[in-house]
Write a protein that binds this ligand. Sequence first.
Ligand code: MLT
Length: 327
Amino acid sequence: MNWYGRSLVSGCLAALAGLASLTAQAQAQSYPTRSITMIVPFAAGGPTDVIARIVTGHMAQTLGQTIIIENVVGAGGTTATTRASRAANDGYTLITGHMGTHAASVPLYPNLAYHPEKSFEPVGLLAGTPILILARKDFPPKDLKEFVAYVKANETKVNAAHAGVGSVSNVSCELLNSVLGVKPVGVPFNGTGPAMNALVAGQVDYMCDQIVNAVPQVNGGTIKAYAVATPERNPSLPNVPTTAEAGLPAFQAQAWNAIFAPKGTPPEVVAKLNEAIVKALDDEAVRKRLLDLGSVIPAGADRTPAALGKLVNSEIAKWTPVLKAVN
Ligand code: MLT
């Protein structure tokens, strides 16, 4: 091909690239024009599902499109997170991830098919979720001191329910068990929704779960709560002592839930989604539902995509040495 031919081809390619970028820009500006799928990496009815449904219910109004929740379970939330990382980066497939899928899974799964920082665009934090030590209602210990003594004395007989390796419930109880120096049997479920049903039915002994899954059950007297693993008591369960008050200050744990989009999702789309999250978190009805379930609503500065990116980075740095030491 001569010089003229070559410059004609490169001119055409440049024009096509320009056209593609204009189309992508126009698509991002008109986003969303159809329904959005929100992947929830655990069973319906559990804490991630509940928080995702509360917040996306309001986001859908702001965005003018339906947000369809799809529960994709397995491998402590990493099956769904892998799937979300491979979805088209057009804003129509998102995931509500958490401290497990987007931090603790990194040291726990050496062959993880995604990386929380490299495979996703952080969109926005939805809620902080304090961790509680819970047990079936007829579990013999009456308080946390008795629980500690009982679990130490019966370590080979008791079991702890969780939502799969790397889930919040698994990681939190691993931390608790390492503080106590015990290795009870773990009983995995597809989420702490079904794990809670087993706890209520008395089929498992104890569990470390996010508060939103526990408030209705604790208040209804169907399970017992020994302590909340945060520095302050939670207003939704004012009679439940902190782990420090109850004699186990070394056990501190709070999880979080947040929305992520596949890497390369246009910044305009991420900004629209983030705006919708912020609006939802400022809505009185949404706030009431989240607070009634004991969640911690992120403050203004913690709601940006950049703040979520920093949180993921610091949580990976925090959990990696802890979980390596526990293992
Ligand atoms: C769930 O929604 O089932 C939980 O977030 C699971 C967990 O991580 O413990």
